[in-house]
Ligand binder design. Structure first.
Ligand code: PSV
Ligand code: MN
Length: 399
């Protein structure tokens, strides 16, 4: 790697931060069941300790996304969680309200036909904005499970109107430094019509809600063959890309570790961001977050794998020669244009990562350092004993 490229790669690494999700450290499963892990987090203290371990080893995960109902105890001072995070060397990141778990949401939350339920959902989000203030979080991350299962079940236009009104009302509650992210997903749990099914719907609703609403792209929330980087480029161009939930999938929203199936797609997403930044002379503000379940892999190892591959792919994408790409595009030189992307994708960025880690006094290999540290063994022993004492059978967790 030439010194010039190395510098460029290290600069890219300097600016890249990715948020881990609290729920990625606890036991998760499929709708058919859960397989438990002894070292999985039981409570918020464990989740933050695990997130702290990931940040200590990688140096690029200073914040942790939290899910309101899973991570905060009702009636308890949220600053307790802030202090706990600080103890573990991390901060609270995106606040995720939960509008899908309670029985009242059987027919929807913001899209429900009963105004009382819509009001309740809105109030939960307003309470979540207060949590943002208490925890110093910048992002309110909204995902709605709302939708219908059968044709004719609900008025699609009426539900759209409810969403528009609800998001506008919520937007009014945001402070000047707070952003709300609107996530879309075409399927699950609704089997017929999800209310915010794709990026177009999310974009429209966010635009109608107000200036501080942006779209969140969860890479798993697309049908196979959808060109995600094109969506990213369009959202960037509209100044409407707020953040990502990164994961990989072979079929649907499989929540596999990032880049395990298609690293080139992640590279192409990052390329669109770097290319946009080069054209505009500024890097857009984007919340990079992980949203994964990794049911079979050890939780922290899976998170480390994802974070490291994200760093690698972000760095590779920063190495595309934009001037040469513009020239190739101007001449409709398809082969050279494509080869420029491939060249960057196949560049070995290990020397850049090594230099960046050395400069930050980080371990050269985060996964190996984690394995050597004995953290996993100690966590498993401690959590096994605590589960026993708490009467939690089979490694169950509170999340
Ligand atoms: C829904 O599938 C989703 O992607 C939303 O972001 C939720 O908050 C998260 O997963 C919960 O695991
Ligand atoms: Mn998500």
């Amino acid at each position: 790697m030439s010194p010039k490229l190395l510098r460029r790669a290290v600069e890219a690494l300097d600016t890249f931060r990715i948020e881990t999700p609290s729920w990625g450290f606890a036991d998760t499963g499929t709708r058919f069941g859960k397989f438990f892990q002894d070292a999985a987090a039981i409570d918020m203290g464990d989740k933050l300790a695990d997130a702290g371990q990931v940040h200590r080893l990688t140096g690029c995960c200073p914040t942790v996304a939290v899910h309101v109902l899973w991570d905060f105890v009702a009636g308890e001072d949220p600053r307790k969680v802030v202090r706990l995070a600080r103890q573990h060397g991390v901060k609270i990141g995106a606040i995720n309200p939960n509008l899908f778990q309670d029985q009242c949401y059987k027919w929807g939350s913001f899209g429900h036909n009963d105004p009382a339920i819509r009001e309740r959902a809105l109030q939960h989000c307003v309470d979540s904005v207060a949590l943002m203030k208490a925890t110093g979080s910048e992002y309110l991350s909204l995902w709605f499970a709302d939708g219908t299962n059968y044709p004719g079940q609900g008025s699609i236009r009426e539900r759209k109107a409810h969403f528009t009104a609800g998001l506008q009302a919520l937007h009014k509650k945001l402070g000047p430094k707070q952003t709300m992210l609107v996530e879309y997903k075409p399927f699950e749990p609704a089997c017929y019509a999800t209310d915010i099914a794709d990026w177009g719907m999310a974009l429209l609703l966010a635009k109608k809600a107000g200036k501080r609403a942006k779209v969140l792209v969860d890479t798993g929330h697309h049908y196979n063959a959808v060109n995600i980087e094109q969506i990213v480029a369009w959202l960037l161009d509209e100044d409407m890309l707020g953040g990502f939930h990164f994961n990989d999938r072979r079929y649907a929203d499989d929540d596999l570790t990032l880049g395990s199936i298609d690293p080139y797609q992640v590279f192409r997403i990052f390329h669109e961001i770097h290319f946009f930044a080069a054209d505009r002379g500024r890097m857009p503000k984007i919340a990079y977050m992980v949203d994964q379940c990794h049911n079979e892999k050890p939780k922290i190892e899976a998170m480390l794998q994802t974070v490291v591959i994200a760093q690698e792919l972000y760095t590779k994408a920063a190495l595309v020669d934009h001037d040469a790409l513009r020239r190739a595009q101007a001449k409709n030189n398809v082969i050279d244009a494509e080869l420029l992307l491939k060249k960057a994708f196949f560049t070995d960025v290990a020397p850049a990562l090594a230099a960046w880690r050395k400069q930050g006094k980080l371990p050269a290999d985060p996964l190996a350092a984690h394995r050597r540290s004995g953290y996993e063994r100690a966590a498993a022993a401690d959590r096994r004993a605590r589960r026993k004492a708490l009467g939690l059978t089979q490694g169950g967790s509170f999340a």
